[in-house]
Design a protein around this ligand. Sequence first.
Ligand code: FMN
Length: 172
Amino acid sequence: MNPALAPLFARRSIRQYQAKPVPDPVIQDVIEAAMAAPSANAKDPWEIIVVRKPETLAQIAAGLPYGKMLGHAPVGFVVCGNLQRVNGQHLSYLLQDCSACIENLLLALSMLGLGGVWLGVHPREDRIAHLKQLFHLPEEIIPIGVISAGYPAETPPPRTRFNAAHLHHEQW
Ligand SMILES: Cc1cc2nc3c(=O)[nH]c(=O)nc-3n(C[C@H](O)[C@H](O)[C@H](O)COP(=O)(O)O)c2cc1C
């Protein structure tokens, strides 16, 4: 691991949190980092709902089979894509842009001493429907993923998952 890339390798999924609130300026920094992600034709199709109310976090978690930790997190981010504001109205660009946004958000959390985990929503129809109903989302707003976040109460070590078998030079 190149030490210059240490912040990237230090990002791990964090599923346990301290009971410590996350200050508003920190949330703002994280959102700015998320919205700095690459985006096809710079359409920036993401829409992010920041959730702090414990009852709302519990309601989101109820529809995410592998997202129960969100019910114990101080903050959650629901990352959606706007089909009216994406390159060529292509769902694929929306998914790619929002995934880049989520990764930026996770890296920013980690670099600021917090931690989070990406909870998959798209393409699971039941999870999409759950979030659409819970937040009364307009037709063109597609929930892509939820990030459960807070100050870490676990410290998984940095790691590389480099696998030479998945690397190809010049040809397949
Ligand atoms: C699209 C996507 C969906 C995921 N969904 C979940 C999830 O529902 N629950 C969960 O605990 N982790 C989820 N993860 C996190 C992965 O389990 C995790 O990133 C992977 O095991 C690698 O570990 P690391 O993040 O610590 O490097 C998801 C990750 C991605 C990219």
